[in-house]
Ligand binder design. Structure first.
Ligand code: ADP
Ligand code: 2JD
Length: 284
């Protein structure tokens, strides 16, 4: 059996890590936008000795393999999974989450497991590998969201804003490793403090304007911005824009920012995804 699934990516504007012993309860508070480009995975399951092999753009995919292993249980099946990313990885588009969810959703469709199970397995894998905290929860809710309680269902709480903005993103040369930042104790302290203040403010007054304003405040306070990020944001002037967490990249409201941003790096015009992960094709 074969299934192909798509999963949207996710841009985080600000976040505050929240870790617990149970990965399902762990994650982050924060806010971000689900985008209409992400990952497409084609996965096949054939009878034979239990084995799992997953690749993302031809490279090894340990995060995906962790999720597929959880879902497969003790079934004697050979699983082959190939993910194609539509956006660069390490740029804060949640590619590890999108890649893993799309593979998990494809396997769940073949095994007649629910979408919730795909989400849970992908979240556990992201937490385990430190490649993401809140992306899976946000993507499973889709749209523009803010996260008031960390983790996935039944523990997490993700609220949605009633808007579907178009975004221009710009990616600079050197990628930023999410795992490197998330495992740095000093950086985590600064991020947590800055993120807590932003989510408290967002809870008081949830809006797209505030998402951008608070993301910008978080960019200033978290001290994660590279020189390119700082320069690009300066060049954008009054345009609502901020750093993409956690990437060496920025996002701006609307498609008008493309002219300015294209002189800094590779640009992408992205739309809000409000459908979430989905199966594209299935064959017996
Ligand atoms: N599904 C996946 N499984 C394993 N590794 C992945 C997966 N997707 C991306 N990666 C790897 O993770 C790293 C980037 O992850 P991360 O910094 O979290 O990117 P992003 O900001 O796009 O989520 C890269 O080294 C990439 O090759
Ligand atoms: C910001 C991040 C911790 C990582 O995001 P990415 O680099 O896109 O995987 C995200 O998962 C979040 O909690 O908001």
């Amino acid at each position: 059996m074969k299934a192909t699934a798509f999963c949207p990516g996710h841009i985080t504007g600000f976040f505050s890590p929240k870790r617990h012993r149970d990965p399902l309860r762990s994650g982050s508070l924060g806010a971000g936008i689900c985008i209409d480009q992400g990952a497409v995975t084609t996965l096949s399951a054939t009878e034979g000795n239990r084995s799992i092999k997953a690749a993302v753009d031809g490279n090894a995919a340990p995060v995906t393999e962790t999720a597929l292993d959880l879902l497969l249980g003790d079934r004697e099946l050979q699983i082959r999974s190939e993910t194609v990313l539509q956006l660069p990885c390490g740029a804060g588009f949640g590619t590890s989450a999108a890649g893993t969810i799309s593979a998990a959703a494809a396997l769940c469709s073949i095994l007649s497991l629910s979408r919730e199970e795909a989400v849970r397995a992908a979240h556990i894998a992201e937490i385990k590998h430190n490649t993401g905290l809140g992306d899976v929860a946000a993507i499973s809710r889709c749209g523009v969201t803010y996260r008031l309680k960390e983790g996935v269902k039944p523990y997490g709480r993700v609220e949605r804003l009633d808007c579907t903005p178009t975004i221009t993103a710009c990616v600079f040369k050197n990628p930023l490793s999410t795992a490197d930042i998330l495992t740095d104790k000093e950086k985590n302290k600064i991020i947590s403090k800055a993120g807590e203040k932003c989510i408290a403010e967002m809870r008081r007054s949830p809006s797209l304007d505030n998402l951008f304003a608070l993301s910008r405040r978080f960019t200033d306070e978290s001290m994660l911005a590279s020189e390119e990020v700082t320069e690009a944001l300066r060049a954008l002037g009054d345009t609502q824009a901020s750093m993409i967490m956690l990437g060496n990249s920025v996002f701006a409201l609307g498609s008008g920012a493309e002219d300015i941003l294209s002189s800094f790096g590779k640009t992408f015009v992205l739309h809000t995804d409000t459908t979430g992960p989905r199966i594209l094709t299935r064959t017996e």
